[in-house]
Ligand binder design. Structure first.
Ligand code: PBG
Length: 341
């Protein structure tokens, strides 16, 4: 009796069970892999700038450039050929075009609208995601209008609606509000529908944190100096919070968001996981500029293998439930995956 109990107990584990068996060879590891990364998972963020045949490096993001419209179109063609389903474009505009009201954001001939129109003319079957927020256009670098040091919510939302409609008119496929004003998803949906753009999708940056990892991006779009010592903590989320992210996501889905974005990426995989488990909508994540810069910097010092580290980090997003990932490394990774990484 006693010996039977002992053998049942042994049945439950070692030495019969050896998890290393499934890991013994490359083919076996491939066979049992729970997640896979493909070009379908990647979204390429791109910085555009005025001019022609112009390419200026973003100092804090080695390998990333601000591209004039013609070169951006070329890059987007390359992304398409590598199987990347969508790109997200961000503008770096002249300082003299920035003002307190972000007037250039609602100029139907602005850099973003020009880029979208040019891409639509020569590249088909790739999604164009445009950012809705005022920071690349304001002289103070905030995502909204400012009055007596306060970021105005409802007045900002009105401008965001105009910004989204002109982007849709230029041909944008997905409008991605990254501003974190309250109520903007519903307002944007109504504005797009009223203008005849029922088919334009909204990818909401629903849970966007006031993060220190956006530094290199602000340098790329030229808002660092304008923002100065100010921060975005009255609208972007406090990184101490997690339940609040679920409230943000629930509201944005109720207001009509088609897809949700969690940002930043790797330090916020817990949020991504919770959102994925709670809601049944496509959930994207953004490996932001600071995350990219960290891996690039360590890679250039020889402190880690850049390619392998990016592959691992992007797989970690998939494991945490990401439908897709914004990454500045999208082209390199898609090329690598094609080669059978
Ligand atoms: C602007 C915006 C930011 C990013 C995307 N859209 C910066 C910010 O909120 O200050 C960050 C992207 C990155 O760091 O890669 N609303």
């Amino acid at each position: 009796m006693a010996s039977m109990k002992k053998s049942i107990r042994e049945n439950a584990g070692f030495p019969r069970v050896r998890l290393r068996r499934n890991r013994k060879s490359v083919w076996s590891r491939r066979l049992v892999a729970e997640n896979r990364l493909s070009a379908d998972d990647l979204i390429l963020p791109l910085f555009v700038t005025q001019g022609e045949n112009k390419k200026t490096p973003v100092a804090m993001m080695p390998g990333v450039f601000r591209l004039s419209v013609d070169l951006a179109v070329k890059k987007i063609k390359e992304a398409k050929e590598l199987g990347i389903p969508a790109v997200a474009i961000f503008p770096s505009i002249d300082a003299k075009l920035r003002d307190a009201k972000a007037s250039e954001a609602v100029n139907a001939k602005n850099l973003i609208c020009q880029t979208v129109a040019a891409v639509k003319k020569s590249v088909s079957d790739i999604g164009i995601i445009t950012d809705v927020a005022l920071d690349p256009y304001t002289s103070h670098g905030q995502d909204g209008l400012v009055k007596n040091g306060e970021i105005l919510n409802d007045e900002t939302v009105e401008i965001l609606c105009c910004q989204a409609v002109i982007q849709a008119r230029a041909g944008a496929d997905i409008i991605a509000p990254s501003d974190m004003m309250d109520g903007r998803i519903g307002a944007l949906r109504d504005a797009l529908d009223a203008a005849g753009f029922e088919a334009v999708q909204i990818m909401s940056y629903a849970a966007k944190y006031a993060s220190n990892f956006y530094g290199p991006f602000r340098d790329a779009v030229g808002s660092t100096k304008n923002l100065g010592k100010a921060d975005k903590k009255t609208y972007q989320m406090d990184f101490a919070n997690s339940n609040e992210a679920l409230r943000e996501v629930a509201l944005d889905i109720a207001e009509g968001a088609d897809m949700i974005l969690i940002k930043p990426g790797m330090p916020y995989l817990d949020i991504l996981w919770r959102v994925r488990e709670t809601f049944h909508v496509p959930v994207f994540s953004y490996q932001v500029s600071g995350e990219y810069a960290m891996i690039k910097a360590a890679g250039s010092l020889g402190w880690l293998d850049e390619k392998a580290a990016f592959y691992e980090s992007l797989m970690a997003f998939k494991r945490a439930g990401a439908t897709g990932i914004f990454t500045y490394y999208a082209i390199e990774m898609a090329r690598e995956l094609r080669g059978g990484l």
